[in-house]
Design a protein around this ligand. Structure first.
Ligand code: SF4
Length: 173
């Protein structure tokens, strides 16, 4: 019997892959438990798309979200005005492919990122303000029916992810 892993943003696991060269380490008992059981698939879509560390912060165009970027209705532009849409979409597609190969049905992703955000994004004006929205990886995962959770939803995720495990265990008993 094999159980599907949890896709997780690499920066939440302490990997220094963020635009500013840092991590966004998320210390949590559920996460530690799943890590100890080898249940995590930590990936960074922006690195997968070939972007360097550090890199300029980038935002999805105002009024748009990750689904618009995937549908080529919106661009992602960095602080210098560079269009970085292509590596963002490429990296998100690569992470999606890995998640599907591994059988993932759940993901825990960093909030407010143009890749990993699930309910909050920066405005698109590089002015430090936020708005409702979701990133490119989140859009692709949801299109495939993979449930995406933000760190503040970890308890809800734990119930769903552990329940999915329990179902598989029962089926193979
Ligand atoms: Fe973290 Fe996602 Fe940004 Fe990579 S793309 S640094 S995993 S939030």
């Amino acid at each position: 019997m094999t159980t599907a892993p949890l896709l997780v943003s690499a920066c939440l696991m302490g990997q220094a892959v963020r635009y500013d060269g840092g991590a966004k380490t998320f210390l949590n008992n559920h996460l530690s438990r799943w890590q100890a059981a080898g249940r995590l698939l930590p990936l960074c879509p922006e690195l997968a798309g070939g972007l360097p560390v550090p890199r300029n912060p980038a935002e999805i165009a105002p009024g748009h979200d990750g689904a618009d970027v995937v549908a080529a209705r919106a661009r992602i532009v960095d602080l210098q005005g560079q269009d970085v849409t292509a590596p963002f979409v490429l990296g998100a597609r690569q992470v999606l492919a890995q998640a599907l190969r591994a059988g993932c049905r759940h993901a825990l992703l960093t909030e407010a990122s143009p890749s990993c955000g699930s309910s909050v994004l920066y405005s698109g004006h590089h002015d430090g303000t936020t708005r409702a929205g979701f990133g490119v990886l989140t859009a692709l995962l949801r299109q495939e029916g993979i449930a995406v959770y933000a760190p503040d939803q970890i308890d809800e995720l734990a119930m769903d992810f552990d329940a999915a495990d329990h179902e598989v265990t029962q089926r193979f008993k």
